[in-house]
Design a binder for this molecule. Sequence first.
Ligand SMILES: NC(=O)c1ccc[n+]([C@@H]2O[C@H](COP(=O)([O-])OP(=O)(O)OC[C@H]3O[C@@H](n4cnc5c(N)ncnc54)[C@H](O)[C@@H]3O)[C@@H](O)[C@H]2O)c1
Length: 442
Amino acid sequence: MNTTDGNTRREFVKQSSLLAGGLIAAPFLTKANYFSGSDDVIKVAILGCGGRGTGAAMQALLTKQNVKLVAMGDAFRDRLDDCYKAITADDVADNGGNLRSRIDVPEERKFTGFDAYLKVIPLADVIILSTPPGFRPIHFEECVKQGKHVFMEKPVATDPAGIQRVLAAAEVAKQKKLNVVVGLQRHYQNSYKELYKRKDKIGEITSAQAWWHNDGVWMKKRQYNQTEMEYQMRNWYYFVWLCGDHILEQHIHNIDVINWFKGGYPVKAQGMGGRQVRKGKEYGEIFDHHYVEFEYADGSMFNSQCRHIPGTLSKVDELLVGTKGKIYCGDANIRDNSGKIIYQFDKKSENNPYQTEHDELFAAIAKGEYKFADAENGAKSSMTSILGRMATYSGQLIEWDKAINSGLDLHPKTYDWNAMPQSVPDADGYYPIAIPGKTLYV
Ligand SMILES: NC(=O)c1ccc[n+]([C@@H]2O[C@H](COP(=O)([O-])OP(=O)(O)OC[C@H]3O[C@@H](n4cnc5c(N)ncnc54)[C@H](O)[C@@H]3O)[C@@H](O)[C@H]2O)c1
C-alpha cells in the first residue's frame, strides 16, 4: 500500500470515487456471500480464451489467493484449446513452475459456441470476460444476474444500447456488492496513480491531448466455407458491432485517462477520420485514423488522435495541460509553465498493472470485502470513445446526451453461425464504410 503524500491508497481512491478503481464503502460480508463452495477456494472461469483471456487467467492464478480455474468458454474450440495448452504449460509461474495445481477444467467444463456463457457463469465465483467487446453487455448482465464478481476487459460495449445495459447492470452489481474490475489498467499502475495524486500541481486542467498511433493489429483471412457470421467473429477487429473501431478498442485507454484526471466525461465531440491505407475488403468496415475534439462541461478541450498506419509515428501517450503546468503521462512527470520538472515518478517503482488489478481484486474477494465498482466508469469511458466514433463517422457535432440515448444498436437480432450481421459485404466482398456528411451516426 502506497502512503506517499500521506494518503493510503484506500484514502486516495476514496477521494476519486467517481472513477475507476474506485474503492467503495468497503463493507465486510460473510464468506457465504462470496464463495460457492464450503472451502476457501475462489473459483474462477474465463469467457473468451484468446490472447487477453489467457493472460488474465494466468494473472488470476498467479495471485496469492487460493484461486482455481474451473471452467472455460469460447466461441471456438481451437481458441479454447490453445488457451488451455498455454496455461497448463511448464514455466509459466514466476518461479519457473507451472500452474497446473490451480487448474481443474475437465472436458465437461469446457464450453463452446454463442451460449457458452450460460454454461460457464454458474460454475465460478469470479468470471473473466475477455471476448471481443461487443459481447460484454450480455455477458456482464448475466454475471450480475447470477451474483458473480467480474474482471472484464475494456471496452465494455460497442454501441449506446450496450452501454445502457452495462450501466443498468452496474447499478445492480453495486446493490449486490459484487466486485467489478475493468481492465483499464492505468488505474492500477503506480506511475499514473502517483501523477493523479499530484494533479493539482498543474492547477485547473484547461486542455488535454492523447495519442494511440501504431501500425495496427492482426487480420484473419476469410476461409472457404465460412458463414458470414463465422468470418466476422474470426476477423472481429474490423467489424464495428464486435470491436467498436480502434478509437474504442485501443484508444479508450488514453481517453479514459483524460476522463479520470478531468473527473468527468465530455458533453460533445466533433472530428474527422477515414481509411487512407487500410482499404482492402479484409479490413471490414473500420477506419484507420480518427482525430476528435472532445469538449467537457467546463469548456475545456481534449484532442484525441489515433492511427493504425504502418510506417508512421508510433506514440501512445497522454498530456494534460493546466493553468500552472503540464502532466506528461508517458514521461511520468509534471512540469511547471517554464518547463521545469516539479515531480518525476521513479520508474523503478513501476508495477505490472495487469497483475496488480488481479492481485487487488482477488485479495478483496478473499477477505469478503466489497471494494471495486469499475463498471460505470468503464461504460462511460467506452461511451466517450463511441461518441468520438459517431463524430468521425458522421462529420457532425455529436452531443453526449443524444448519443447515449440514441438507442443505436449494431448487433444482429440473433447470435447463430447462420445469422446475418447487420453489416454485410457487397457482391465484390466490400463492406459499407462510413462517409462523413452522409453517414448519420454509427
Ligand atoms: N487491457 C488491455 O491492455 C488489453 C490488451 C489486450 C486485449 N484487451 C481486450 O481483451 C478483449 C479480447 O482481446 P484479445 O486480444 O484477447 O482478442 P482474441 O481474439 O485473442 O480473443 C477473444 C476471444 O473471445 C472469443 N469469443 C468471441 N466471441 C465470443 C463469445 N460470444 N463467447 C465466448 N467467446 C467468444 C474468441 O473466439 C477469442 O478466442 C478485447 O476487449 C480487448 O480490447 C485488453
